[in-house]
Structure formats: C-alpha cells, structure tokens
Design a protein around this ligand. Structure first.
Ligand SMILES: Nc1ncnc2c1ncn2[C@@H]1O[C@H](COP(=O)(O)OP(=O)(O)OP(=O)(O)O)[C@@H](O)[C@H]1O
Length: 384
C-alpha cells in the first residue's frame, strides 16, 4: 500500500529566505514529511507551492528542525522563525530546549578537547563564535552578580582573553549542560563529578573553565547577548596578520570530528586566532570557491558539500616571528585526496579525518597570499 502525504507525520514551520537578487525577505510554510522523507515549501504571500524536494538530497534530519536554525534547501539558506502549527510546537519544543555554553579564557587553549568532550556527551552545537568581551560587556553579561564579592575577580577573568561561546540545542539542554560541566568549584567537581568538564579542565572556584546558563530564562537572555539577530556583539578575535584559513567542512562537523581536528592543529603548534560556525548560502560558497571554477572538475560537488550544513571556520596563526603560516599549514593538511594522503602522508589531517576528495575534512588556503583574504571573507565580511 502506498503512503499518501495525508497519512504521514508532518512537521510544519514558518521559514524566511533572503532573496538576494530581489533584496527582499520571503516567508514560506515549510513542511517536513517524516515517512515520505520529503520537503515542501509553500509561498505564503503568493499562496502557491514553491518547491517539493527530498530530505536526502538536502541532507536534513528532524534534529535540524528547531527555531533559530538555518537550513539549506536546494541552495537556499532558510531561517526557521516559528512553528507552523500546534502539533509541531507540542511535539518538538520540549526536545529543542536551548542553552548557552562558554569556554572561559583559561580553557580556550583546550578548545579541541572540550569540543570533543561536548560531542561525545551527545550535545548538538548550533552556533559558535570566539569573541572577546570588554569590561562593560562582561558586566552586562554577569548582571545578576553585580553585588557579589567576587564580581571584580570574575570580570578580570572573563575579559583576560578570548572566550568561545556556543548555543546547545536538545532535550533538557539547560539541565544536561549544567550536569556536564559540574559544580562551580572544580575541586568539589573532582570529588563528586570526576568526569565533568570543570573537574577535568578547571583550576579553582574562579578559574573554572566553562559556563552554563542557570535556567531557561537566563539561557534566552545569554543567547541573545552573544547571538542577537541585530545589534552589537563582542567582536570576533581575527587578527588577520600572518594567518591562513581552515574550514572544517560540514560533513566533518556532522560526523563529530571538529574537536579532534582542532586538537590535531594545536598539537602541531598552530594557534587558533579566531573561530566561528557559519552556514553558507550557495551564492557565498560559489563566491568563496570561485578560483576552482573551471579548474577543478569537482567544483560543483565542493559547493554542495560546503553548503550542506554548518561548517567551522578557523583563523590559523603562528607565534610571533614565525615564518609564513600558510605553507606550513598546507603540509599539515596533506594531499587533497584522503586515499592518497593515507598512502603518502598518513599523519596529515586529511589522511586522519577525510573520507573522499570532496568530504576531505578540511579546506585550507591554497596560495599563501590568499590566507588573509579568506580569513577576511569570513571574519570581516560574513561575520553574523
Ligand atoms: N566564591 C567565588 N569566588 C570567586 N569566584 C567565584 C565564586 N563563586 C563563583 N565565582 C565565579 O563566578 C562565576 C559565576 O558564579 P555562579 O555562582 O553563577 O556559578 P555557576 O552558575 O556555577 O557558574 P556559571 O554562571 O559561570 O556557569 C563562576 O563560574 C566562577 O567563575
């Protein structure tokens, strides 16, 4: 018996797409049919069907369907702005709680290890950026501690260097993340929650490595602080000096390899000057990869891969006075094809983390002179 769409479980959302050619935001009803594995979009203003496509072709799963997320459907970047019906709201809202996590300055050099641990604990990171707060911003973030005796020490601490902030989405995200980080004081954590993040990476009650929102209200406010839809945010930390660009590709992010790749990069002596999660529109991916158009016959597949989900962009830097970083980083990246890399250079990133020529774990800048340009593209032009 064939399944009609009317019998199928269906999730419905309101989504927005910024149509660049017309410079306007268009609204659609977005339908996700669970059993049929199909997607339909209905143009709200023009009251007609806009497109019908398959879930597989667009690499979208129910885990991607939550408010605030951006999904790529047929090359269009859609922002999920609201539930489209009560059934979807009831069914999905409890499963899609959000919270804010932060890696504090003393633990940012453990970024790879902490991200890996977050991933192993099964959390989904939906947005992430490295930034640096000034004192006023830190005071505003920690407004509930204005009268606490430790306020000054706390402000000194969180403004002493970059922090990495991220949004986690999932069932009971606030409580689950608080449990994962452990008690405020790392020495207590080492006794009562030895596998928690503070037990493993925290030093003392002030320098305790990570933050987690205390309740859903605080989470909403803190997410808005670091990821507002408009208005100022603490700036990203890109230095754009002796640097090169590395993109951990969507397939590697989805496979949970981002933390391990970052650890391999820092263990090889490179510094991560800045990092941010981006979900790219087709037009941006085409623009970024334009140098390969007509040169590399996998160009179209590279664009599809780069737009297939969130990627993590890193500014790779070397310590002061080092030789140009781009050629050295290309050595660590290894040959484009992971199969060749595994034969010739088995310790390179693509040999260790890539699966094929397109899903080869990372993009890295080809020509040394382009390193700054690629870093600027993400951190000066596309940032937010
Ligand atoms: N007694 C203290 N002395 C010094 N610093 C402290 C003290 N208590 C807390 N802090 C610092 O202030 C931060 C906020 O304190 P709070 O009581 O909200 O703890 P928390 O909720 O476990 O931590 P966070 O809000 O960072 O997730 C702590 O994470 C820690 O860095």
């Amino acid at each position: 018996m064939s399944l009609t769409l009317a019998d199928d479980e269906r999730y419905c959302f309101t989504v927005e797409w910024y149509e660049e050619m017309a410079a306007r935001v268009r609204q659609f009803q977005f339908f996700y049919f669970v059993k049929a594995q199909s997607i339909e979009m209905y143009d709200i203003k023009n009251r007609k069907m806009f497109l019908r496509t398959s879930v597989k072709e667009n690499n979208i799963s129910p885990a991607d369907l939550y408010l605030g997320n951006s999904i790529n459907v047929c090359g269009r970047l859609l922002n999920i702005v609201d539930y489209g019906d009560d059934y979807t709201r009831r069914k999905l809202s409890a499963k899609k709680e959000r919270t804010l996590g932060m890696i504090k300055p003393d633990a940012v050099d453990k970024l790879g290890q902490i991200l890996d641990k977050i991933c192993q604990k099964g959390f989904l990171i939906s947005r992430l950026r490295m930034c640096r707060m000034n004192r006023n911003q830190a005071l505003s973030f920690y407004q509930e501690h204005q009268s606490k005796p430790f306020l000054n020490a706390l402000l000194d601490y969180v403004t002493s260097g970059p922090v990495v902030t991220f949004e986690i989405v999932g069932e009971n995200a606030v409580g689950a993340w608080r449990e994962a980080i452990g008690p405020t004081d790392p020495s207590a954590a080492r006794k009562t929650a030895p596998t928690s993040i503070r037990a493993q990476y925290g030093q003392d009650v002030t320098f305790n490595a990570v933050h987690g929102s205390s309740d859903p209200g605080a989470a909403a406010r803190e997410i808005e602080f670091f990821f507002p839809s408009s208005g100022p945010v603490p700036p990203n930390t890109a230095r754009v000096g002796n640097c090169t660009c590395c993109i951990i590709k969507p397939s590697a992010v989805k496979a949970g390899m981002a933390g391990k790749i970052i650890s391999a990069i820092t263990e090889a002596g490179f510094q991560v000057g800045a990092t941010q999660m981006f979900t790219l529109e087709k037009a941006n991916a085409e623009e970024f990869l334009e140098v390969y158009k007509g040169v590399v016959h996998e160009y179209s597949a590279m664009v599809v891969e780069l737009t297939s989900g969130p990627c993590l962009v890193l500014e790779i830097c070397a310590p002061e006075g080092s030789p140009p970083v781009a050629p050295a980083f290309r050595e660590l990246a290894g040959p484009t094809d992971p199969e060749i890399a595994r034969h010739l250079r088995p310790r390179t990133l693509r040999a260790l983390f890539g699966s094929d020529k397109i899903k080869n774990a990372i993009h890295c800048t080809d020509l040394p002179d382009d390193g700054q340009l690629e870093v600027e593209y993400f951190f000066r032009i596309l940032d937010r």
